[in-house]
Write a protein that binds this ligand. Structure first.
Ligand SMILES: Cc1cc2nc3c(=O)[nH]c(=O)nc-3n(C[C@H](O)[C@H](O)[C@H](O)COP(=O)(O)OP(=O)(O)OC[C@H]3O[C@@H](n4cnc5c(N)ncnc54)[C@H](O)[C@@H]3O)c2cc1C
Length: 386
């Protein structure tokens, strides 16, 4: 897609974002409202990235159908929507992260099963990696997939925590250990109505619309047909796909964080009319950094579209966007004076939402390690990351 079309796509997304702004506090108070908010005019089905074969009525830009099937298109649209409410963007039904894993690993039947389910009604999905005792470190993953002793039957047992949309999902991807060692982690497609599967929402402060959940799986029956990537070599299965998914989703998370940063800036400029000269300098600095970060996020998205195996720029974008969101929202509280979080409930929400991005998709320290490794291996090419 050319940059002109991306500019037009951004304008279309901006028009749709207004609807989300009016429901932001309602969803923040009660994340279970995500279902009812879908009836408030947002053409969400056109914005969640359904593939052409399952999407008879796509978004149109300059008369051309747009399926939001590239990272570049997603970051442009989702940043604009997040400028209204990042929690609502993450609360939308659709493929989200699990769609990337399925696209990487699934065979024809699995692809059809997954997309048919996701395209029917309002269907949420989940991506289950993080565990209460082991975090998102695959090396010590405790969730297991053990043979039942009958044909290709398997049993899935374990707990996943901090899983977005888990409690309202109908289908999702769970990462589990089938054998010891780095190649022993596999991805399985799980329907949430299977016996032994339960999911409960967790109490949270930031991005509450996402309804982070805990998944508990006790001997959930898994068939060979649920194993993603079983037709591939052991080096092209679970963790290979997870890494590529992180590399593709980090620019999206960066775009969401950037939307929150921009919303904080917009709120300050709208709420105060006079600024001291040092404050004017601060606002000018923010405006420059918002523009620079937007360029970096888009560059990271293009890089992920070219090669999802390389997450160097994605990590750089996530560091930048997350830091900017935290800095602008917390400084906005100071600029708007005592009581700012009471007087501006939307700002209170932005401060809480901004903090959640630090952990989502790996903390800043992990991104710095990725970035350093990429730099040492010469993967930054011509990109300039100051
Ligand atoms: C809003 C939100 C949505 C989420 N959605 C999902 C989801 O859908 N599915 C899912 O599975 N998980 C999800 N998570 C969980 C998230 O992916 C993990 O919490 C995140 O990756 C951090 O991993 P961890 O908990 O293992 O922490 P760790 O990576 O262990 O980090 C703990 C602390 O140690 C530091 N640290 C770790 N390693 C190093 C190192 N080598 N050097 C220096 N410091 C280090 C970190 O910076 C951090 O301060 C979500 C989390 C949030 C907040």
């Amino acid at each position: 897609m050319t940059s002109d079309l991306l500019t037009d796509l951004r304008a279309v997304a901006r028009e749709h974002a207004d609807g989300l702004r009016s429901t932001a506090l309602e969803l923040d108070r009660d994340p279970s409202r995500a279902v009812t908010l879908l009836d408030r005019g947002l053409p969400w089905r056109q914005l969640i990235g359904l593939p052409a074969a399952y999407n008879p009525d796509p978004l149109r830009v300059r008369g051309r159908p747009v399926y939001l099937d590239s990272c570049a298109q997603q970051v442009v649209v989702l940043e604009e929507l997040a400028r209204a409410d990042a929690g609502a963007v993450l609360a939308l039904p659709g493929p989200s992260m699990s769609g990337f894993v399925v696209t990487e690993l699934a065979d024809g039947d699995q692809l059809d099963r997954y997309w048919r389910t996701v395209a029917t009604g309002a269907t949420w999905t989940f991506f289950g990696m993080t565990e209460p005792a082991h975090g998102s470190d695959p090396g010590s993953m405790g969730t297991t997939l053990r043979p039942t002793g009958e044909a290709d039957g398997l049993l899935l047992t374990g707990v996943k925590r901090f899983v977005g949309n888990g409690a309202r999902a109908r289908i999702g991807v769970v990462f589990a250990r089938r054998h010891a060692g780095p190649l022993g982690v596999v991805a399985v497609l799980v329907d949430t109505d299977r016996p032994g599967f339960t999911a409960v929402p967790l109490p949270t402060l930031g991005l509450r619309g996402l309804q982070l959940s805990e998944l508990r799986m006790t001997e959930v029956p898994i068939a060979g047909a649920d194993l993603l990537g079983r037709h591939r070599s052991a080096t092209r299965q679970g963790m290979w796909a997870a890494t590529r998914t992180f590399n593709r989703y980090r620019p999206v998370v960066s775009g969401l964080a950037l939307g929150v940063a921009q919303a904080g800036y917009d709120l300050v400029v709208a709420a105060r009319h006079r600024f001291r000269s040092d404050e004017r300098h601060l606002l000018a600095d923010w405006a420059r950094r918002l523009t620079g970060t937007r360029a970096l996020v888009l560059a990271a998205a293009h890089a992920a579209d070219r090669d999802p195996g390389d997450g160097t720029l994605a990590s750089a974008a996530k560091i930048r966007a997350t830091r900017l969101a935290e800095e602008i929202t917390t400084s906005a509280v100071r600029l708007l004076g005592p009581g700012a979080r009471w007087e501006h409930p939307l700002l209170d929400k932005l401060v809480r939402d901004a903090r959640a991005f630090e952990f989502m998709e790996g903390t800043g320290n992990i991104q710095r390690l990725n970035l350093a490794q990429g730099y040492l291996q010469g993967r930054l090419g011509d990109a300039r990351v100051a």
